[in-house]
Design a protein around this ligand. Sequence first.
Ligand code: 2RA
Length: 341
Amino acid sequence: ANPVVAVAGATGAVGQEFLRVLHDVDFPAAEVRALASARSAGKTVPFEGCGQVPAGELTVQEMTPEAFEGVDIALFSAGAGVSKAMREAVTAAGAVMIDNSSAFRMDEDVPLVVPEVNPQDVAWHSGVIANPNCSTIQMVVALKPLYDLSPIKRVVVSTYQAASGAGAPAMAELFDQTRDYLNGTPDEELTIEAFAHRIAFNTIPHIDVFMDDGSTKEEWKMVVETKKIMNDPAIEVAATCVRVPVLRCHGESINVEFADEVTVEAARAALEVAPGVVVMDDTENKVYPMPGLLAGTDGTFVGRLRKDPTVPHGIAFWDVADQIRKGAALNAVQIAQLLLP
Ligand code: 2RA
């Protein structure tokens, strides 16, 4: 029988994208349940249908333990606290939780999966499969075909992360601040603290919280999640994560150091046939991935491929993906597809 799918956090930016992606891939669901907090219960959300579920509207139900009875797959994006609170109820109901939050990503008994990279890891789940952080997902989709050419020793990555990563309110804030700025709303004497909250015409080198070593938790995620997904604790990752005034797509500047020689041609050829990768790389004609161009797309777009002559065996490239789709909702639904019989 077709699975019953619950979308937990159905009214959030990622939750709404879960519903779009379920339709786009025509996920063979027998039923789709939209779950959210009591505050949202009773609201309706549009749904174009998938599997046996017709197009129409879904009435949001309150996310209670009972709401998971009869559910087979529960797609979560409602914050780490809610995922932790509901884990027991979901697994007791016999459902598999595919969790977009950071709650369980580094747990020993929880696979951390990007279907193009380590699909085999879904086999050992014990009720929960974690969706990696968006900035990690788009990076490892490109690293995997390169790693198959030669083991990767070290990655240096600088991210240019869209407002969408901080949710729908942050996207609205980008609009509002930009309008206010352009309307000439006089900038009061902006303090440093005020600038830390002004994303319009600004970039903020601070995503998630600062850790004792001076890096942010967002940078820490890219380091530890990459090791787990690539199943190679020896990969060294140096990350700097920055918020930029872009709505939906993250950009990443990536330098890779290999164990052995890898030519740009070999790297390009491998990327061109790699699952989930779209090579956009014709600099003579100004063809390269741009976050403003690629909102709503599913690919991991790679361009600016070139040698990195500063290390013995180095390649550099630019990588763009839609943070809400491949960075969150699409990757999670692709994991759900791996669970289908
Ligand atoms: C961000 N990666 O971009 C984090 C969470 N989506 O804010």
